[in-house]
Write a protein that binds this ligand. Sequence first.
Ligand code: FAD
Length: 415
Amino acid sequence: MAAQEQTDVTIVGAGIVGICCALSLLEKGKTVRLVDKDAPGQGASCGNAGVVSPWSCIPQSVPGLWKKIPGWLLDPEGPVAIRPGYLPKALPWALRFLKSGSAKELPAIARAMAELNRPNVDIYRRHLAGTGHEHLLRDSCYLHIYRDASAADLHDLTWKLRAEHGAPLELLNGDELREIEPCLSTDYKAAVLIKDQARAMAPGRIGTVLADKARALGGAFVQAHVHELRPDEDGWSIMTDKGDFHSPQVVAAAGAWSMRLLAPLGVRVPLEAERGYHVLFRDPGVSLNNSIMEVDAKFVSSSMEMGLRSAGTAEFAGLDAPPNYRRARMLVRQTKRMLPDLNTENTEEWMGARPSLPDSLPCIDEVPGQAGLFTAFGHGHYGLGMAPMTGRIIADLVTQTVPNIDLAPYSSARF
Ligand SMILES: Cc1cc2nc3c(=O)[nH]c(=O)nc-3n(C[C@H](O)[C@H](O)[C@H](O)COP(=O)(O)OP(=O)(O)OC[C@H]3O[C@@H](n4cnc5c(N)ncnc54)[C@H](O)[C@@H]3O)c2cc1C
């Protein structure tokens, strides 16, 4: 344990968001203590699909989505599942989620997402520079693949919105698609190609490498469970199972667990654990050159250092329910249909909780009425991509620099 005596900022949560906050704060000359119950870069941050897209600006809730949800819930292989008994708890969140997907709210949400994602590849490259692990982020395209060619329509609302935010898009037919990705099934008749983005070759390792960099820059890491944040005379007490710490400022970056620390302080934010699964094919026998989104089944596949990973599905069951690995085995079957030559022996299953807010935007602010308490959580489906800019904003807020963007969409008081 390397806790410093005098530390300006304690960050609770060493997922990719907390780690990026630490790096940006260290760049600004602040002393930093990262606290996590687990090793750095675990949680949702190690099991994701690895997509890092500067063009990501489409929230999960979009106009017309509600029509698809009943079918998804009834289909055992559908992309959304609610554990029996959890529906009453999930319902208020679900209603807010559907409301945020109105045509009226969409443009502002898209703008706020775009602001957070635009510089992500550049900032990651800067963070990784000099670590010897620069290869963990690879230039990539993002292919959204369709069985029904007529469904790949660049005039569709969401594609138009992406284009408005600068995304370089190209429509491909089936043959053009297989020139780029020869292993895909011939069932796919069209694709939309998003260019100029990146993918993580091992999302968890990016976290550990960047946490090591934070330590090399003087940051401390403490492996401890934080059970309470308490305001004191000159800042915050951070009460943990390994003893208590103090710092003038504290950042809540505890992902899906964040409200366990903030609710007792009167913060009211509808944070839901949107549980996702992945399956890793350790010996896939095929490989992909880009990130691939299977549009109908809504999962993403990508070749990584460890093998080929398919990640997706949204399960609502609360933070503490045990995993239902049938959701991961469903991804095995779906990926095999997409990649007919895939070897499905030697797989590994994983479950993790996306910290999801109904409008697909995170909370990034200093909590009103709680000086020195900052939020950096709620990044939902997009946290790998949004983490670098979140770190920059937090570093600005902590050092009382006015960030160059409108922060109102990320206020923890917006709900
Ligand atoms: C299947 C799946 C696929 C995804 N694909 C993508 C993708 O392709 N691109 C993308 O941008 N995003 C993706 N995401 C989303 C992304 O992974 C998350 O938004 C992101 O990892 C959230 O990071 P975080 O640091 O906020 O949370 P986490 O990584 O969960 O970190 C939170 C940390 O807080 C710690 N913690 C919590 N409570 C306490 C406590 N009381 N005391 C001490 N420590 C505590 C936890 O141990 C954990 O390490 C995906 C997510 C899933 C599940």
